[in-house]
Each structure stands twice: as structure tokens, then as C-alpha cells.
Design a protein around this ligand. Structure first.
Ligand code: HMG
Length: 455
């Protein structure tokens, strides 16, 4: 039996601005209900002119350190996962180190390891597993490591991806014998396929996406990873055979959520796959009709076919789906409906949303994670909620942060999106926060980003 390692605490950072999803839909001549009901989004978080993925990560890390009374010498690694780093060479984690040293003193973090990890939206889950493995191996020199997920999801104005934008960061505190979530490394399953569903060429500020195709890739990789997770449970005797239900072993879960309906598609597809061999499946298909045939279709073609989508819609209306969904997934989406896509941060914000909005006792429960990143890879893994978790949750305040934001009109959002506001023209001038203050313009620092903590 190895060491127990996992997540001790988490701190989220949200930009203080948002766009109302209904207003954006009206402006784009889309029926508002398509965004609010069809995609499940109410608000999209929008970064101000002085913010980028590095300032958001630094803010989340600072809050995590302050609320846990940590000093730099307590930290072994600051590893940052992002797909919207402003720099193709220097890792965002090193910019964050520099920002933190403005608070804690120059050189105070010179002992830390500070890499950046990239794999679209699944990057933070990869970084987390790497860091936890390092702690479990005993190689760490300080008690804590921090993994930060930080991203700004940005598509072209007027594109079909535009309503699924958003931004946020979340810092995860990792250690041996954590107070919040203990990792179960033995079950973790991966599903990886070299694909082209979504990518962002280095010269572009917005992503290129094949929307419906990307949904199919998400569902395909999640199924491969879930099958691997299930096989590991069988190998270790938690399940007697592959015909048993893996979902019954999971008490609550969070999925990567580019838009809330995607988490519902994912959970429904998960259940369809998991319940097919159970006696109760017969009763369900008596009500909704048989599952369509896959013959002649690739996995992705099947998942995005009208026949499968119709079948899944009918399944999602059954009492059986609704009761599983309400008890295991729904709370993860309360915060995510008001943020939009935050790429690497999304699944971990879903975890915090569960913790802050559930009143039932979660101690000892198995918390499942379905993490997906385009390109493409899924990770299905799980944690056990620790007995001391309530003390940690008391100091979480994502819901308060959601309520304290300012709504901006569409023209201001478009100015921010297109970079028409200068760094000093923020909608809300920075106060008690890190800000991007200038770009280098000399031969030796042309384009370099300078950050300052503004009091
Ligand atoms: P779309 O194709 O225009 O939407 O854009 P749709 O036709 O699929 O409709 C969506 C839902 O709205 C459907 O619900 C419609 O019926 C419903 P369903 O039937 O499936 O339950 N609908 C309505 N509902 C109420 N009133 C109406 C109405 N009209 C339709 N009037 C799409 C959706 C997601 C494709 C687009 O927004 C997009 O391209 N987004 C970006 C890509 C994306 O988010 N992909 C998700 C999977 S890939 C991923 O998660 C990775 C990612 O995060 C990147 C990374 O890893 O780095 C993106």
C-alpha cells in the first residue's frame, strides 16, 4: 500500500466581468433558448484588459497560499497547466513565480520546480497526476505542491463556438494525507487518439474547432478511458466482472464542461454504455426503444449521428437517468453555467461547485473525474472525500465570487475580445491584484510581459 496523496484545498479565480448569454444570443440573432436551454449557459466570464492566463493563475495561487497560511519554503513545485499561455517558450509558471515574489520577497521561490503542462483542457489533470506521483514517491523536498489550471477560452466573434467562451483559474494544493480528496491512482484510465477536433495555431488568438465533431471525439475518448478505469476496478476486485456497473461505485462526479449540456451528454453516454449489460436496461429500452445500430460507422460518426442523439435525448428524459444525474452531476454545473468554458480549469471548478452547493455528508464518498482535452485525450479517475473536508469547504467562496461580478455590454465585450482596450483602459481598474502593466519594446525584451501587484 503506497502513501495516501491528494488534494488538500483549492482556490478559484474568476475575472470580475461577464457577458449575459441571453444578450449575446440576441445580438447574434440566435434564439436565446438555444444558449440558455440548449447549451445550458447563463453567463460567460470575460477577462479585463489587464488580465491574462498568468495574472489569473497568480491570483488563484496567492489566495490558496494566504488562506492556508503557507510560506514559499512550504512549496515544492508550482506547475501550471494552460493552453492559452501568452508565451510559446517561457512557461507561465515562471511568470507566476515572479509575481508571487513581489509579495513574498525576491528569490523567495527560487527553490521551486516550475514547469508548464499542455494538453488542451485535460492538461491540469495530467499535471496533477504527475505531481501526486512525485509526492507519493517521496522525492518531494517540501510538503506541498501546487497545480494551477488557468485559461481563457476564445473563439472568433460570430462563430458557433462564441457562446461557449469563458475564463477562470483554479489552484489545487497537493500533499500527502490531504484533507479534501485522496487520489485512487490504481483505477485511473486514459483514452488518447491523435485527432484534429480543436487546435490553436501559435500565431492565432482564437481556436479552430469542428464543433459537432469535437463532441464526438470527447465521447469516444471518454468511453475508452472509462473502459480502462472499469478494467482496473475488475483487476483489483472492486468489481467482479465487466458486466457489473462502474457508475454504481461512484457517488458523485464532475466532467470537463465546455458548456453544461456537454456534461449531460457525457454522463448519459457513460450510463448507456455502463447499463447495457444490466437487467434494468431491458426495462429502459422497452420504454424508449432500442439503441440504434453502429454498423458501418466510426465511433465519432455514431456519437454525432441523429439516430444516436435522438436515442440519447429520450434516455435523458427517463426517471432512471434523471435520478442518477441529480444525485451525481447536477451540482457541478451550478457554477459552470455562470462561467462558460475555462478549458483546463473547468472540471476542477465543477468539483468546487459540488463542494460548495451540496448539503449531504460527502465524507467517504467516491468522487469521479471525467477530464477531456481536444487533440485528444480523456482521463477517468477518482478520489475519496476525506473526513475533514467540511473544514476546508468552509473557506471556499466560488459562489460569492460569481455573485460579485459586473455585467458588461456586448460592445465592451467585443472591444476586450479584439484587444481594442489598452492595458490601462480596464473596465474595472486593478486593485489589490496582479496586472499586466506593459510590454517590452527594446531589442532585448520586445514583447516581454511585465506584471505588477497593484495596491
Ligand atoms: P451548434 O452545433 O450550433 O448547436 O453549436 P447544436 O445544433 O448542437 O445545438 C445544441 C443544443 O441546443 C441541442 O440540444 C439543440 O437541440 C438545442 P440537444 O438536442 O443535443 O439536447 N437547441 C435549442 N434549445 C432550445 N431552444 C432552441 C434551440 N436550438 C437548438 N431554439 C457547439 C454547439 C458546441 C458545436 C458549438 O457551440 C461549438 O462549436 N463550441 C465549441 C466546441 C466545443 O465546445 N466542443 C465541445 C467538445 S470538445 C471539448 O470539450 C474540448 C474543448 O473544451 C477544448 C479543449 O480541450 O481545449 C472545446
Amino acid at each position: 500500500m503506497g502513501k495516501t496523496v491528494g488534494i488538500d484545498d483549492m482556490a478559484a479565480y474568476l475575472p470580475k466581468l461577464y457577458v449575459d448569454a441571453e444578450e449575446l444570443a440576441k445580438e447574434r440573432n440566435i434564439p436565446p433558448s438555444k444558449i440558455t436551454k440548449g447549451l445550458g449557459l447563463e453567463k460567460l466570464a470575460i477577462p479585463d484588459a489587464h488580465e491574462d492566463a498568468a495574472t489569473m493563475a497568480a491570483m488563484a495561487t496567492l489566495e490558496l497560499m494566504e488562506k492556508n497560511d503557507l510560506s514559499p519554503k512550504d512549496i515544492d513545485f508550482i506547475e501550471i497547466a494552460t493552453e492559452t499561455s501568452p508565451d510559446a517558450s517561457k512557461p507561465i509558471s515562471c511568470y507566476v513565480q515572479g509575481m508571487l515574489e513581489q509579495i513574498y520577497g525576491r528569490g523567495s521561490f527560487d527553490h521551486v520546480g516550475a514547469p508548464e503542462t499542455k494538453f488542451a483542457c485535460v492538461g491540469a489533470t495530467y499535471a496533477l497526476i504527475d505531481r501526486l506521483a512525485y509526492i507519493a514517491s517521496g522525492w518531494n523536498k517540501a510538503e506541498y505542491s501546487i497545480v494551477v489550471a488557468t485559461d481563457i477560452a476564445r473563439y472568433r466573434l460570430n462563430s458557433s463556438g462564441e457562446p461557449t467562451q469563458g475564463a477562470a483559474a483554479i489552484a489545487l494544493l497537493l500533499k500527502e494525507n490531504p484533507r479534501l480528496l485522496a487520489y485512487e491512482p490504481e483505477f485511473t484510465g486514459f483514452g488518447t487518439i491523435d485527432d484534429r477536433d480543436f487546435f490553436r495555431p501559435v500565431e492565432s488568438k482564437t481556436a479552430v474547432v469542428d464543433g459537432q465533431y469535437s463532441i464526438g471525439c470527447y465521447l469516444r475518448d471518454m468511453r475508452i478511458a472509462a473502459d480502462a478505469y472499469k478494467r482496473n476496478m475488475v483487476k483489483l476486485g472492486v468489481l467482479k466482472s465487466l458486466r457489473e456497473s462502474v457508475v454504481e461505485k461512484i457517488n458523485l462526479a464532475a466532467f470537463h464542461t465546455p458548456f453544461p449540456k456537454m456534461a449531460q451528454y457525457a454522463f448519459a453516454s457513460f450510463l448507456i454504455h455502463d447499463w447495457r449489460s444490466l437487467p434494468k436496461w431491458k426495462k429502459i429500452i422497452e420504454k424508449i426503444g432500442p439503441e440504434p445500430s453502429r454498423e458501418g460507422l466510426s465511433d465519432v460518426e455514431f456519437y454525432i449521428s441523429e439516430e444516436y442523439k435522438n436515442f440519447r435525448r429520450k434516455f435523458m428524459k427517463t426517471e432512471e437517468f434523471q435520478s442518477e444525474y441529480k444525485s451525481k452531476i447536477e451540482n457541478s454545473l451550478i457554477a459552470l453555467r455562470q462561467i462558460g468554458n475555462s478549458y483546463t480549469a473547468s472540471v476542477w471548478l465543477g468539483v468546487e461547485s459540488h463542494f460548495e452547493t451540496r448539503n449531504d455528508d460527502l465524507a467517504g464518498k467516491r468522487f469521479g473525474i471525467g477530464s477531456y482535452g481536444s487533440g485528444s485525450s480523456a482521463i477517468v479517475c477518482s478520489f475519496i472525500v476525506q473526513p475533514e473536508y467540511k473544514e476546508v469547504v468552509k473557506k471556499m467562496d466560488l459562489m460569492r465570487k460569481l455573485d460579485e461580478r459586473q455585467r458588461i455590454p456586448i460592445d465592451v465585450y467585443e472591444d476586450l475580445h479584439e484587444g481594442r482596450l489598452k492595458l490601462h483602459e480596464s473596465v474595472i481598474p486593478p486593485k489589490n491584484e496582479f496586472a499586466l502593466v506593459s510590454f517590452g519594446n527594446k531589442s532585448y525584451d520586445c514583447g516581454y510581459r511585465y506584471y505588477r501587484y497593484i495596491t
